[in-house]
Design a protein around this ligand. Structure first.
Ligand code: HEM
Ligand code: HEM
Length: 183
């Protein structure tokens, strides 16, 4: 099994990062939308935000590890892309790292504005930077907007991947799904 990327496609580590994080991000988004509408008497009133925050913090660790892996590996060739696709995919991929980072930090700022730490499944907790009353609301607005922007980016990005697969019939999607083409 190919661990590292080659110029022909993505190794298993990049692929696991990509698909597990995509699943977790869509799941965390759905959980976020659902949990903000729960009323106080719901049995999930406390546990849903707890899980939302804990998965969000794990996503931050995964994002950092993925970034290091990305920098330490070659990028599969984009020679088959048009100049527009080359530029737009670079912007989208770099944009994902920045937007997801900002999304998680804004969530952390909502949760810790009252001075409480974020507990991650009892394994460890991330301390508050200090009580900052009044930060909850602006951080909440930023968090909500960023969540929608990340999902909108992901939808456009997925449509582009499907276009490569079904219209251009090239290996862009398969080399992210099952690795470089077997030769
Ligand atoms: C990829 C990661 C994340 C995604 C996609 C995400 C998405 C969302 C969404 C869609 C909402 C609902 C917004 C609304 O309709 O008002 C929400 C709310 C919230 N999120 Fe996140 N979130 C993420 C990470 C985090 C993290 C890391 C934390 C904290 C450590 C966090 C804390 C919160 C809190 C406290 C709320 C409730 C805000 C309110 O009551 O208005 N989120 N999130
Ligand atoms: C929240 C969801 C998603 C995020 C955050 C995301 C993020 C990324 C990032 C950052 C890259 C660049 C490689 C890397 O740094 O690992 C990438 C590549 C790729 N993604 Fe996604 N992605 C998501 C969902 C999807 C979906 C749903 C599809 C397909 C239906 C998809 C298909 C691809 C493909 C084919 C590549 C390789 C592009 C190339 O070789 O230039 N992604 N994605």
């Amino acid at each position: 099994m190919l661990i590292r990327n080659t110029t022909a496609g993505y190794g298993v580590v990049s692929r696991l990062f990509h698909w597990l994080m995509a699943l977790a991000i869509f799941g965390t988004f759905g959980l976020g939308l659902w949990m903000v509408d729960l009323d106080y008497y719901s049995p999930y009133y406390h546990s849903a935000p707890y899980v939302h925050k804990a998965i969000g913090i794990l996503l931050l660790i995964a994002l950092a590890a993925r970034f290091v892996w990305r920098v330490a590996n070659v990028k599969p060739s984009d020679a088959h892309f048009t100049p527009f696709e080359r530029v737009s995919s670079h912007i989208a991929h770099a944009g994902f790292y920045v937007l997801i980072f900002a999304l998680i930090v804004s969530g952390y700022l909502i949760s810790t504005a009252d001075g409480r730490a974020v507990d991650v499944f009892g394994w460890f907790s991330v301390p508050s930077p200090g009580e900052n009353k009044g930060l909850e609301d602006p951080a909440g607005v930023v968090h909500t907007y960023l969540a929608y922007v990340v999902i909108a980016f992901a939808v456009v990005h997925a449509v582009a991947a499907l276009k490569h697969h079904f219209v251009d019939r090239d290996s862009t999607l398969t080399r992210m799904w099952s690795g470089p083409p077997k030769t």
